[in-house]
Design a protein around this ligand. Structure first.
Ligand code: OAD
Length: 247
């Protein structure tokens, strides 16, 4: 594996920072074997764009189709483990006095790895709630001909994730915005930065004087505005960063 050259200014910022916020996207889970959001559709589902399935309109039109898509995605996550990128973020949290992890991922892998201060902007695919009364369901039958129903009110169950056109959970969003506005270093890792409001967090941090560090396998719209850009896999770059700075 090549050794990454972390510039002395970055080392100095990271050694001095007391407040770091990190935004992650689907790229961080790619090395756990999960396909990224925009590259996810396979088999039966290849004919659909995820954007056309992850919406309240799609659920209203064909709830069983959407339920089955999430069941398929939940199955794909079963047995998936965090990768070295997730664990490196846990290590960084131990080194920085105030560390906030903001994720767009619904796979729960950051918490599984051991990250503590986590805001999940887009929900968690493992949780299921009623589309009518909001009551969470602990168990449901996936083998029915139709979408399972809420035991409390009979409404259709749905995944506890944010769909296009829906608001983000306010407590998670407020926590993320506060962390981005007040941090001295902001990491953007494995996200294409095309979905708002998550994409605006790096800019909010930058406008408030934070040093912005991007790690991505490709260039994004943030790249030229970032103070530091590391081109490659987060599961390789983050552990190297931890090793170079804190071991
Ligand atoms: P995307 O699928 O849009 O982007 C994944 C990003 O990860 C891309 O920029 C890739 O270049 C990068 N990438 C892939 N593998 C990587 C690796 N091993 N290391 C580092 N980077 C890697 O996923 P998100 O940006 O997470 O929202 O998408 C954001 C949101 O868009 C999702 O949460 C979802 C979708 O709309 C909802 O469902 C509400």
């Amino acid at each position: 594996m090549r050794t990454i050259d972390f510039p002395p200014e970055l080392r100095s910022f990271l050694h001095r920072t007391s407040k770091l916020a990190a935004l992650t996207g689907a790229g961080v889970s790619q090395e756990s074997g999960l396909r990224t959001f925009r590259d996810a559709q396979q088999g039966l589902w290849a004919q659909y764009k995820p954007e056309d399935l992850a919406s309240p309109e799609a659920f209203a039109r064909d709830p069983k189709l959407i339920w089955d898509w999430y069941t398929w995605r939940r199955e794909a996550i079963k047995g998936v483990r965090p990768n070295p990128g997730h664990y490196a973020l846990v290590e960084i949290e131990k080194q920085i006095p105030e560390f906030t992890l903001i994720t767009q991922n619904v796979d729960g892998l950051h918490r599984m790895a051991g990250s503590q201060n986590v805001f999940e902007l887009h929900g968690n695919i493992q949780l299921v709630r009623c589309s009518e009364c909001g009551e969470f369901a602990d168990e449901w039958d996936d083998d029915l001909e139709s979408v399972p129903q809420c035991k409390a009110c009979g409404g259709l169950l749905r995944p506890d994730v944010v769909w296009f056109g829906e608001s983000l959970p306010l407590d998670q969003l407020e926590g993320a915005v506060e962390a981005a506005r007040t941090c001295d270093v902001f990491f953007s890792v494995g996200t294409s930065g095309v979905v708002q409001p998550a994409a605006s967090l790096a800019h909010a941090a930058r406008n408030n004087g934070a040093v912005v560090v991007e790690i991505n396998a490709e260039l994004t719209s943030l790249t030229e505005k970032a103070d530091f850009f590391f081109h490659g896999k987060s599961g390789e770059i983050l552990p190297e960063l931890v090793k170079a700075l804190w071991s």
